[in-house]
Design a protein. Structure first.
Ligand code: 5FX
Length: 556
């Protein structure tokens, strides 16, 4: 097998909701440089809040300006260059895109992509490239009607999940495309290509339309996850002439092509630098966290909280998602996604802990595990899992001793005292993850959990995860697993290309993991089995209450 050439660098990006990050790895897989553009503060003229626009006139519609992502790209490259990065050493680049978000290229834009003028900023050249200037993103929840229509047309929600890995989800790209086709048919007809955020950014770097990769493509309700081709029935249920607008799919480890001359001339990249297909942030996090066997669970605590794992034999159902594994030719990754993550924890921190994480952690640590039977459901935003609207719901379990649910009943209450409220949101979020992970067939207890994302630096949260799940919680050196994973995948794509066929990704790091930026350490030891088993009983009650809430209030 070819080795990574000495002195070579691998560049990974993460085009996420709130920022564009870049991570540079050397050939020993150590991070040597990082940079980041924050959309709200670095590009204030777009007037985004948390990187998005929430449309007050269309409930649940959440979009981001497509051009902002392009301007951020030029800016992050300028910053990397100013801080001394020699782009000429970059052997390959790849990236992560926030999943599901879509970009609509206007008829004729392919020639624009292939003839960029390196004397001009990217922004000036792409002003007229899109048929829609605001890209729908993963936070959008305005397409419930389209989800139900697509499910019905393919034979039901379970059938759509069996084919595409997920039932109809509002944020998935198929329902978003269907809404555009229904509400703005002229716009749909004037679109020659639809990209995901991932393949959109790859297209700019390659100077031609990049394929959607199999892992991110599974987040669209359009791809047959077994065959890894577009599903005819899902395409037909979504919009006419769609296959042509989507282009062919490709494995994530394949190469789109060499970097466009624009970047060679303007930033002095080598003309041999390869653009490896970009993928979704979650698939790339799986790579960056080096999750490799069933039983390894990744929990990302960020704007959205996600749980990811590996499965050789997934059973797609009404909850969770199944995607092809982005760094393997076989096997799948499974994922649960919560919209209410850090922003909702912050809301409780502000109302109960004087806006201070220190106070929040103190309150959490001073309350007992299981919270005296207090259970809470906190949705500051429309939740994805379960599909519930904005609202907080609090219950006290009567006669709860953790041994069984016999004789246990719940009483709904209006509020908790601040310490109980803090523990209720934390335990509630982790109990929900455990409950849904178990129901989805992820191994119980997990072998190990690797925590990542901004809030994974909070030791008190990690301790709670360890005691709710009953296993050790590890952390990686860097919380930005998506851009690190993208840089690692750039190296993986380079090796696969050099080798002329697929190479297992572990070959890249098996002899140097401990010495590389990919290593992880135990941050919270498994709590007691007794406590974990009591949490198991509490979790069952929580799932019962959740089911009733969905029946009463859920999006159907
Ligand atoms: C996954 O399905 C999601 O919607 C989110 O985790 C986005 O990927 C966040 F960028």
């Amino acid at each position: 097998m070819a080795a990574l050439p000495p002195g070579s660098l691998f560049l990974g990006f993460d085009s996420s909701t709130q920022s564009l990050k870049a991570t540079v790895l050397d050939c020993n897989l150590n991070v040597i440089q990082l940079d980041q553009i924050h959309f709200d503060s670095d590009l204030p003229h777009y007037k985004t809040k948390d990187g998005v626009y929430r449309d007050p006139s269309d409930s649940g519609r959440i979009v981001s300006p497509t051009l902002m992502w392009i301007e951020a790209l030029d800016l992050v490259l300028q910053r990397l260059s100013k801080s001394g990065l020699d782009f000429g050493k970059v052997a390959a680049l790849s990236g992560s895109g926030q999943q599901h978000g879509s970009v609509y290229w206007k008829n004729g834009s392919s020639s624009l992509l292939s003839s960029l003028d390196s004397n001009k900023p990217l922004l000036d050249q792409f002003r007229n490239a899109f048929s829609i200037s605001e890209s729908p993103i993963w936070m959008d929840s305005s397409t419930t009607a389209q989800c139900r229509e697509i499910e019905q047309a393919v034979g039901g929600a379970i059938e759509l999940a069996r084919i595409t890995g997920s039932r109809g989800y509002e944020r998935f790209t198929g329902p978003q495309i269907k809404k555009i086709f229904q509400k703005q048919p002229d716009v749909y007809n004037s679109t020659e290509r639809i990209s995901l955020v991932s393949s959109f950014m790859a297209s700019i770097f390659a100077g031609k339309y990049a394929s959607i990769d199999h892992a991110d493509g599974a987040g669209m309700n359009l791809m047959d996850i077994e065959k890894k081709t577009w599903s005819k029935v899902a395409l037909e249920a979504t919009a006419p002439g769609l296959e042509e607008k989507l282009g062919a799919l490709a494995p994530a480890y394949a190469v789109v092509g060499p970097i466009a001359s624009y970047f060679v001339e303007r930033y002095k990249f080598s003309k041999d630098c390869l653009v490896v297909h970009w993928s979704g942030d979650n698939p790339n996090s799986l790579a960056g966290l080096t999750l490799s066997v069933p039983g390894d669970l990744g929990i990302s605590l960020g704007t959205s909280d996600t749980v990811i794992g590996i499965s050789s034999d997934p059973k797609p159902g009404l909850e969770g998602h199944v995607f092809p594994n982005p760094v393997d030719t076989k096997g799948y990754m499974v994922m649960l996604c919560y919209k209410n993550g850090s922003l909702t924890r912050e809301e409780v921190r502000n109302s109960c802990a004087q806006s201070s994480w220190e106070t929040f952690n103190k309150l959490l640590e001073q309350t007992p595990p299981l919270n005296g039977g207090k259970l809470g459901f906190y949705y500051k935003d429309h939740e994805i899992l379960p599909p519930l609207p904005i609202g907080f719901h609090r219950y006290i379990l009567q006669n709860f001793n953790g041994a069984s649910l016999e004789g246990v009943s719940e009483q709904e209450v209006k509020e908790f005292d601040p310490p109980s409220e803090v523990r209720a949101i934390v335990e509630g979020q982790f109990l929900s993850m455990r409950g849904h992970a178990e129901r989805f067939g992820m191994p119980v207890p997990p072998k190990r959990i690797i925590a990542t994302g901004g809030a994974s630096t909070n030791q008190s949260l990690l301790k709670s995860i360890a005691s709710v799940f009953g296993c050790g919680v590890y952390t990686v050196q860097r919380p930005d697993s998506a851009s690190l994973g993208a840089a690692l995948r750039a190296a993986h794509g380079w090796i696969c290309n050099k080798n002329g066929s697929f190479v297992p990704i572990a070959n890249l790091y098996s002899d140097k993991l401990e010495k590389s930026s990919l290593s992880c350490k135990l941050s919270a030891s498994a709590g007691s089995d007794e406590v974990a088993s009591k949490y198991g009983v509490m979790m069952k009650k929580r799932m019962e209450i959740e089911k009733r809430l969905v029946e009463k209030l859920g999006r159907h």
